[in-house]
Design a protein around this ligand. Structure first.
Ligand code: FES
Length: 152
């Protein structure tokens, strides 16, 4: 019989947990590519204890990022899906499919503060597509999480 501590070690999968760290070394199907419409509404995903949103920008790039804006944690589920990524509806910060901030309309034009902001994501995203499927919405394409070197 497992102790309470052993049970917790085997069942907790959030960031920084034993099983969470193990699971983040594997590819896991998350959403069918066909569910992500270019320029459409983001889709909420809860995976390994993390709240994420999956989306496809109008240019066809798919992303899986933290649901919550790095500024004041507004939900990006309600974000506008624009050409370069999701724009938070609260103060307008915009995030590309990789989670990097690409626009801060409330910063001076010469500011580089946006270059220092990335959504905090412990599980993030690779996009696995069958050969020739890049940019099209097909039933064989899956968005899958993987440990990404840019996201510890
Ligand atoms: S909360 Fe998202 S830009 Fe301020």
């Amino acid at each position: 019989m497992l102790t309470a501590e052993e049970n917790a070690q085997l069942t907790r999968v959030g960031p920084g947990t034993l099983m969470g760290d193990l699971m983040r070394h594997y590819w896991i199907p998350v959403v069918q590519s066909s569910e992500l419409i270019a320029g459409g509404r983001p889709k909420r995903v809860r995976l390994l204890g993390e709240d994420l949103v999956a989306f496809r920008d109008p240019g066809g790039r798919a992303g899986l990022v933290s649901e919550f804006c790095a500024h004041r944690r507004a939900s990006l589920y309600f974000a506008r899906n624009e050409e370069r990524g999701l724009r938070c509806v609260y103060h307008g910060w915009q995030y590309g499919p990789g989670g990097r901030c690409v626009d801060m309309p409330n910063e001076r034009p010469e500011s580089n503060f946006q270059d220092k902001v990335t959504l905090t994501v412990q599980v993030l995203a690779g996009l696995q597509l069958p050969p020739g499927a890049r940019g099209r919405r097909g039933p064989g394409a899956h968005l899958v999480p993987a440990r990404h070197p840019g996201y510890a």
